[in-house]
Write a protein that binds this ligand. Structure first.
Ligand SMILES: *Cc1c(COP(=O)(O)O)cnc(C)c1O
Length: 450
């Protein structure tokens, strides 16, 4: 190890060849196998003397990789798929090969500079002020948690007498918000919303008043609006929620892990009016901004408040903290960090932002056309017109067991990957379309099985 031998050179060629082929060709959909089955093929891989690079790579390419669903397959429409650009994926190889450290300016200035320009692009699209800034973290879950910890810190400074804090979000908010309140040990106010699923300021205001009345000594440190729910793409009414938050001097966080990618397209941008009021927001480039896993862009209106909440102090770190430089580690729950924003930066810099806007257009158009086909389908009912690029519908006469059986067969037949979800207690199906590779012929192939 730690010596570049001819044997390593050969394995390097094999790895690059495999990687390029994987990028070039549509991957098979593939699917999971049981642990027993995998063990029966590959056996024990960790041994005292090692299997050798070529042999180990073979185990991966021939057995382990095909036991992973290709999340970038054009007919992978479950959850939120992944659709990294070729250049973003290729640059991930560079990031991996370069031992870049993204925690501090001292160690990673060039990389942090590039990540920060990418964050600036997002901050500008959202209409945040010049002072805004942030960091790429692992995912929306950590992004939301980090933002909410900063919100609480800021609230604690303003109102030290408060004995316990709460975070308010809609009953449709992502599960990561509830998870964050568990980790932080704060109360969660689930604001009831109208049947359309949209939280408005008029829903929020009475919920906040009720909490305060029922919980003397406690107060609310953050309001979370969702800009594109994962299930249906529903966008909360950002202007009225932002206004309530401003009036009550409560931190306004916007969870746009999926939807706020739409900032990059002038048409979808309009749907997010009000985001400029946010004290913080997140968007996951690994969802609809065509970056590889795992990257969440976390932006703060006033990063100084986040720095106070998140900077770690230790004898060996003081040399970083004392310098007046931008250290990404200071803005979230993390210390060592991969420069995970670089694949997006490279692709964005190389292709230009117009290409991103066009790619979003393409997915929105497929979503619209899919909704039309579903409306015409004799067995299907469209749940609602798509707000963004998620299309939800039901199959007439089906129970959950029918949906499950269909979904399993669809994957087993390698036609597609679509899992049942639920809405208001009823099972539904949804296509999450974030992959510009997805064509109408892919949608038609899946609809034909319904
Ligand atoms: C996906 C998602 C999250 C969680 O993001 P991860 O990157 O999976 O941690 C949070 N909020 C919303 C709205 C999401 O769609």
């Amino acid at each position: 190890m730690h010596e570049f031998t001819p044997e390593i050179e050969r394995v390097a060629q094999e790895i690059l060849e495999y990687s390029l082929l994987r990028l070039k060709e549509n991957p098979p959909l593939d699917g999971p196998k049981s642990e027993e089955e995998l063990f029966s093929i590959v056996g024990k891989t960790i041994t005292a003397r090692g299997l050798g690079g070529s042999e180990t790579l073979k185990l991966f390419t021939e057995t382990l990789a095909p036991a992973c669903i290709s999340t970038d397959h054009p007919r992978y429409l479950a959850f939120i798929p992944s659709a990294p650009t070729e250049l973003a994926n290729l640059f991930d190889l560079v990031v991996g090969a370069s031992a870049l450290y993204g925690g501090s300016w001292l160690e990673g200035a060039g990389a942090v500079f590039a990540e920060n320009q990418t964050l600036r692009w997002l901050a500008d699209l959202a209409g945040l002020p010049e002072a805004a800034g942030g960091v790429f973290v692992q995912g929306g879950t950590i992004g939301n948690l980090s933002a909410l910890v900063a919100a609480r810190k800021s609230a604690q400074k303003a109102k030290p007498e408060v004995i316990r804090w709460a975070v308010a979000c809609s009953s449709e908010a992502h599960s990561s918000i509830a998870s964050a309140t568990e980790v932080m040990d704060v109360d969660l106010i689930k604001v009831p919303v109208q049947p359309d699923g949209i939280m408005r300021g008029s829903d929020l205001e009475p919920a906040l008043a009720k909490y305060r009345q029922e919980n003397p000594g406690r107060d609310i440190c953050a309001v979370v609006a969702t800009a594109g729910t994962t299930n249906l793409g529903i966008i909360d009414d950002l202007p009225s929620i932002g206004k309530v938050a401003r009036n009550e001097k409560i931190w306004f966080h916007v969870d746009g892990a999926y939807g706020l990618a739409g900032l990059a397209n002038p048409e979808t941008l309009k749907l997010f009016a009000g985001v400029e009021m946010a004290d913080s927001f997140i968007v996951d480039p690994h969802k609809w901004l065509f970056a590889p896993f795992d990257a969440c862009a976390l932006l703060y209106r006033n990063p100084e408040l986040a720095r106070e909440a998140h900077t770690q102090h230790a004898g060996y770190l003081d040399t970083l903290n004392d310098a007046d430089e931008w250290n990404p580690s200071d803005y979230a729950i993390q210390l060592t960090r991969r420069t995970r924003g670089l694949p997006l930066w490279f692709s964005l810099a190389a292709h230009g932002t117009d290409a991103y806007s066009e790619a979003i257009d393409k997915t929105m158009e497929i979503a619209r056309q899919s909704a039309e086909l579903i409306k015409q389908h004799p067995n299907l009912d469209l749940l609602m017109e798509p707000n963004l690029s998620i299309v939800a519908f039901t199959r007439k006469g089906w129970q959950l067991a029918d949906y499950r059986a269909w979904s399993e067969k669809l994957l087993a037949d390698q036609i597609g990957f679509v899992t049942p979800s639920s809405h208001k207690g009823q099972p539904i199906l949804r296509f999450a379309i974030v992959n510009p590779w997805t064509q109408m012929s892919d949608i038609e192939a899946i609809l034909a099985t319904l």
